[in-house]
Write a protein that binds this ligand. Structure first.
Ligand code: UDP
Length: 238
């Protein structure tokens, strides 16, 4: 453990990260590769908590635009995160890693309820804890859930995995002149409106001094190198 800079991380994956090249749902090959990356961390003695979004299935905001009541839509979105969490639990278990899905909404036949001390006990045992159903409340996002759970479980680092290498001044997929930032403050993200996580998530991290690393999920092995001290992606600090 001595060469590791993190003992406990909270990894946030968007639902879209699970789609691969598709435009809906889960690509089994992609989720299996992500599970392999997480197994590498677990095997190295790093405690891993995870939050997975639901945007590959449903988002409340999009459903509201299509005429569904916003709160019902958010409930559907949260249930989508449960589906993704079950798929990740299954993928991790197939690699031989013990994993638990813990839900912020009560669905006891499907998931364990989220109980903070039980989550910490899972992590201390070396099992992965996947925090499903976001915060359990409408009008929030899984980014906010990731900040909240990272703070609650006293993670050393919150890692937000994205499709790009870190935080840029503009979308690098659309703007070739977008500037890459290797370091940023929470306040600069908020004042410049940089698209990283929603403001609630950033404020929670800032007010609780939770360091945040934004990195590319498609860079295989990068998570392991990050926890060994390599400067990967963008680091957000005070
Ligand atoms: N959601 C919610 N409360 C939460 C977390 C999520 O209502 O605490 C709902 C919301 O509708 C959101 C959807 O679940 O759009 C999926 O989560 P998110 O959009 O954060 O997923 P991601 O973009 O990370 O895939």
């Amino acid at each position: 453990m001595s060469d590791l800079i993190c003992q406990r991380i909270l990894l946030k994956l968007s639902g879209e990260a699970l789609m691969g090249e598709g435009d809906f749902g889960i690509d089994p090959g992609v989720i299996a590769r992500m599970a392999t990356d997480v197994k590498e961390l677990v095997d190295a003695g790093i405690q891993v908590g995870m939050v997975i979004g639901g945007g590959n299935i449903f988002r409340g905001e999009g459903l509201a635009k299509a005429g569904i009541d916003r709160v019902s839509g958010d409930h559907m979105g949260m249930l989508a995160t449960v589906m993704n969490s079950l798929a990740m639990r299954d993928a991790l278990q197939k690699t031989g890693v013990a994993a638990h899905a813990m839900s912020a909404l009560k669905i006891d036949q499907v998931c364990e309820p989220y109980i903070r001390n039980k989550a910490i006990a899972h992590l201390e045992r070396g099992d992965v804890a996947i925090f499903a159903a976001g915060t359990g409340n409408p009008y929030f996002t899984t980014d906010s859930a990731a900040s909240l759970r990272a703070i609650e479980i006293k993670a050393n680092l919150l890692v937000k995995a994205t499709k790009v290498d870190g935080i840029y001044s503009a979308d690098p997929m659309k703007d070739p002149d977008a500037e890459f930032y290797s370091r940023l403050s929470y306040d600069r993200i908020l004042s410049e409106g940089l698209k990283v996580m929603d403001a609630t998530a950033i404020v929670l991290c800032r007010d609780n001094e939770m360091p945040l690393r934004v990195m590319n999920i498609n860079d295989a092995g990068a998570l392991m190198r990050l926890t060994q001290g390599e400067d990967i992606g963008t680091l957000v600090e005070l």
